[in-house]
Write a protein that binds this ligand. Sequence first.
Ligand SMILES: *[C@@H]1O[C@H](CO)[C@@H](O)[C@H](O)[C@H]1NC(C)=O
Ligand SMILES: *[C@@H]1O[C@H](CO)[C@@H](O)[C@H](O)[C@H]1NC(C)=O
Ligand SMILES: *[C@@H]1O[C@H](CO)[C@@H](O)[C@H](O)[C@H]1NC(C)=O
Length: 381
Amino acid sequence: MAVVFILLCYFQISLALHYSDKFTEELVLKPLVQDQIYAHFQFTTIWDVDARSRDLFQSHLFSRALSEVIVRHNVQELHISLTAGLWKYETWGYPILDSAPGAEVWVWFKEDTKDIDTNWKQLTNSLSGLLCASLNQIDNTNSINPDISFAPTGIVSNKVNSSFVRYSTLPREIVCTENLTPWKKLLPCDSKLGLATLLNAGPIHNTRYHSLSIHLRPICRNAECDLSSIELTQSVDLVYDFTILGTRNWSLRKLFGQGIMNSCPLAESSTIYVEVTNNDTNIFHLSPTPDEYLLSTRGGFSGQFAKYIIKERAMTISASYSDNQMYTVNIPPPLHANQYKIGYGQQKGGLVTKIYNNHWAAIDVVVLQNLPWYIRYIYTH
Ligand SMILES: *[C@@H]1O[C@H](CO)[C@@H](O)[C@H](O)[C@H]1NC(C)=O
Ligand SMILES: *[C@@H]1O[C@H](CO)[C@@H](O)[C@H](O)[C@H]1NC(C)=O
Ligand SMILES: *[C@@H]1O[C@H](CO)[C@@H](O)[C@H](O)[C@H]1NC(C)=O
């Protein structure tokens, strides 16, 4: 009897260990051309649970409210963003994470999902409540299931079948700082500790661009990929204007209203990166001295970053420029697009989409356009 009991205990412990999860947080600060500074926050929770599991409720880091919604509606991948302002691709280059103006949601359902349209409607309703956004306005009249765009970003078991994806945008959704509070509730440390202490409604209100997002996908747990995990990435992208700040000399306190109070004890790592690539032409000094410098090469571009590790004490970072003038040449990104309305009425009204290729060679592009039903369309080249 005793032996059985011990074995059972052992089994329970190994099960508990099996459900492990980890949390990391990062902030990247990057000066942009034309006197802007870009801040990208990324909070990542990785949960070692089989993505096919229907019992996702045993985690101490993962938001229970969110995991319930995912299980109930058989979600494989979830992508939501709430964005105010326009990202200026031609001068700022690419953001770390793209998102459409207003609200954007796209979801891949699991392949055994019975009624996708009903699940989609109910899911967007639940998300609407969870994030205090009008996602409940999403229905089959403003949703599409694109064949090529919005492919899954995580692991897929079978051949991708676009009847399981739904995509919708609400470009008129007014995104405001009220969405920040429910978004922060999904973080393991809430907003009291770690990098989230920097996310305060007041200073964010003063930005030229702000975007909140949630991305959930299944990922490989090991190199063989015989086990999967679920990754939840919550991001905030902000662009500050130095003319609003009054100076190019920035600090965490000037940007966010306060410094960091303390690290989040649940975070496995908590880091801040400041891009210093342009320091040769725009000399600036950082205080305190960074923990180390890193060289990052990605997609043929290399950048230099100063790295800070957040420790268990209050900290702020400040940068001081020797010159108020910016001497950076604007190199437009390889590919960017814009779209605008012309004229009005049935005869003269129209929508123009321009795609610019600044790359030295031809690039294949896929254009996805979700036209409202009242627009008649004629193609011209
Ligand atoms: C995609 O899935 C739907 C629904 O299960 C099915 O009817 C359809 O045949 C599938 N298409 C392909 C190309 O497998
Ligand atoms: C930028 O370059 C100057 C001069 O080489 C150097 O003193 C300074 O520490 C650099 N700043 C950063 C943030 O690395
Ligand atoms: C930034 O601070 C430095 C040192 O405090 C000062 O010399 C410089 O004029 C300031 N630069 C700007 C652009 O305000």
